[in-house]
Design a protein around this ligand. Structure first.
Ligand SMILES: *Cc1c(COP(=O)(O)O)cnc(C)c1O
Length: 397
């Protein structure tokens, strides 16, 4: 008899042969600047913990206290019996932070995009996506029955072309949704959201931004990309984000009008049918908002370190692409060289994972570094020395 699961081992073996399998590393203990990975003490240079909040004492205390008062689980999905005061308070505080009428918290950013996008557009509608959008947006779009179109990365004139073509469509589309990442995680560039929003307004389209890498980073006090461009809720209709990156915890969210939130929680199956956040998660997210509102130094420090690091990498001769954020790609080109550079850096005490094909084009392999506000000046100097040494040894610079 044929083994119906034979493909599992075969496909995995193919991944290993092509060196496209994930070799998981083990982080022992907390995600702090100096941490232990696969038994070696290294400087963390590729986590999404931009502000170091995953180890902030206020977040840790809030989580511990919530376990004492509320337990470790919510007991249900939110529409039935799992809508705790902590979830409601978190949404109230998030909306205030985002200067929106209302916010809604989902279990994750992925669950937000996968749950909401297919409700905003369906049959007879069109969704228009930046060609480099995140995989969770791609899956959300696939779950909808809407027609799909893609515009060239961060290119408003190509978006205008797509919108023009859509207008010639007959019968005309019922609804049009434009969706874009705010900050693109492979290159660290910022979407031209002001121009995208203006095009949306001109063509009567909804605008949805996924600000996973912009929150806690861009805008006033880390309020994100909508604040960065000074846009209003009638220009950007859905501001989506996550608590899993700069906020240091986990959970997705949207902010916008009250109508948006009422619609979203009644319609998103990922929200309705999946257990709500454990109390320590909700409490830690609340504390993260507190910290962002009361301790402006973390965002300032993030940018100061970012500027110093980019300057040092450029003067050392590295190609750091077009980034405008604390994500700094160190573009090497060839896959094997990117992997060799990452390995040498690891030996020298810096952890920065290579990003290679198929995540980026074949000749654009890179190390993707992400700055962390918790680094000391000495830590940064140590990292810069390691990059200079490894770059020279491997003739990248
Ligand atoms: C990380 C990320 C997500 C997923 O967020 P999670 O909360 O970790 O599920 C979605 N979109 C973008 C652009 C991301 O970078």
């Amino acid at each position: 008899m044929r083994d119906p699961t034979a493909f599992l081992g075969q496909e995995y073996a193919d991944l290993v042969t092509n060196a496209t399998d994930w070799k998981l590393r083990v982080l022992r203990g907390a995600s702090t600047p100096w941490c232990e990975i696969d038994g070696k003490k290294v400087l963390m240079f590729c986590s999404n913990n931009y502000l170091g909040l995953s180890n902030h004492p206020k977040l840790k205390e809030a989580a511990i206290e919530a376990v004492r008062t509320h337990g470790v689980g919510s007991g249900s999905v939110r529409p039935i019996a799992g809508n705790m005061d902590l979830h409601v308070e978190l949404e109230r505080r998030l909306a205030r932070f985002k200067r929106a009428d209302a916010s809604l918290v989902y279990q994750s950013g992925f669950a937000t995009n996968a749950g909401l996008i297919p409700q905003l557009v369906g049959e007879g509608d069109l969704v228009i996506s930046d060609e480099l959008n995140h995989g969770s947006i791609i899956d959300g779009v696939r779950l909808s029955r809407a027609d799909r179109a893609v515009y060239k990365h961060a290119d408003p004139s190509d978006l205008e072309r797509v919108l023009g073509t859509a207008e010639e469509h007959s019968p005309t589309y019922r609804r049009i949704l434009i969706v874009t990442d705010g900050v693109f995680s492979m290159d660290g560039d910022i979407a031209p959201l002001d121009r995208i929003a203006a095009l949306g307004a001109r063509h009567g389209a909804m605008v949805y931004v996924d600000d996973a890498h912009g929150e806690g980073v861009l805008g006033e006090g880390g309020r994100g990309i909508v604040s960065h461009f000074g846009l209003s809720r009638s220009e950007v209709h859905v501001e989506m984000g996550t608590f899993s990156k700069a906020f240091g915890v986990v959970g997705g969210h949207i902010s916008g009008t009250k109508e948006l939130v009422d619609f979203a929680y009644n319609k998103s199956r990922t929200w309705l049918l999946s257990g709500s956040h454990p109390p320590p998660v909700a409490a830690a997210c609340l504390a993260a908002i507190d910290v962002l509102e009361s301790e402006g130094e973390h965002v300032r420090r993030l940018w100061e370190l970012t500027r110093r690091f980019k300057k040092a990498m450029q003067s050392a001769g590295f190609d750091i692409g077009q980034s405008a954020t604390p994500i700094t790609p160190i573009i090497v080109g060839d896959t094997h060289r990117a992997k060799a550079l990452s390995e040498r850096l690891f030996e020298l005490g810096v952890f920065a994972l290579p990003i290679v094909y198929p995540m980026v084009a074949k000749d654009r392999a890179r190390l993707r570094t992400i700055m962390n506000a918790a680094l000391t000046d000495d830590d940064l100097a140590f990292a810069i020395r390691a990059f200079e040494t490894a770059g020279r040894e491997l003739q990248v610079v």
